[in-house]
Design a protein. Structure first.
Length: 217
């Protein structure tokens, strides 16, 4: 999901914005953040790193910079991320309500493992817990950063955005890993049990109708 380099790349525009804004003012801070995002995007392209994170990161910074420009305040730079956290939280909670927990949907979609996990209640429960953990992360981000926004604490907003970004998200991903391993183990056990039952059924049918077991080549 980005690793150490992703953490670094996502933090640079925020730090650049806060420092440039403090020293040179809002306009310089905005253009400095956008410039750093462009530089990071070009660097990732040159190094042939995945393009999607680079492009999404750039547009995220561009939207944040636009909002800072429109609001005329440095704290506006963080407004998009604050409300995006609320939207993500609602989406994760809704997915649990409709019995399609996003942690399970996304993981199994990316790995092409189908939807067998939904038919197994313990597997689905594990993904419910993982999805709830992710929802809690986004809820915490919204509550804390919204309060800092209302208090005009721009420097602490920057700190909270970084500290509650990948590090906090990483803790939630540990719960996702637990759910994935739990589900994989369950599905493997169910598959083996189903295969064993099929073999027993075939054996009973052979005995019933007097058929010899197939000869090995």
């Amino acid at each position: 999901m980005g690793g150490v380099s992703g953490l670094f790349y996502s933090s640079v525009p925020v730090i650049v914005f806060v420092l440039a804004n403090a020293v040179f003012g809002l306009q310089v801070g905005i253009w400095s953040a956008v410039g750093s995002a462009v530089a990071i995007t070009v660097l990732r392209i040159v190094r042939k790193e995945p393009l999607q994170p680079a492009i999404s990161g750039f547009f995220g910074v561009a939207i944040a910079a636009f909002l800072a420009y429109r609001t005329g305040t440095a704290k506006g730079f963080f407004l998009f991320g604050i409300w995006a956290s609320l939207v993500y939280c609602a989406a994760f909670l809704l997915s649990i309500v409709v019995r399609w927990p996003l942690a399970g949907v996304v993981w199994n979609l990316l790995n092409g493992t189908g939807t067998a996990w939904r038919r197994d209640k313990p597997s689905r429960f594990g993904y419910d817990v993982a999805t709830l953990a992710l929802a809690a992360v986004f809820a915490a981000r919204f509550v804390v950063q919204r309060w800092l926004y209302d208090e005009d604490l721009t420097g602490w907003l920057a700190f909270a955005k970084i500290a509650m970004g990948y590090p906090l998200y990483g803790l939630a991903l540990l719960v996702v890993v637990w759910a994935v391993r739990r589900s994989d183990r369950r599905l493997k056990e169910l598959s083996e049990a189903e295969r064993a039952e099929e073999e027993r059924t075939e054996e009973r049918l052979r005995l019933k109708y007097g058929q010899a077991p197939p000869q090995e080549a």
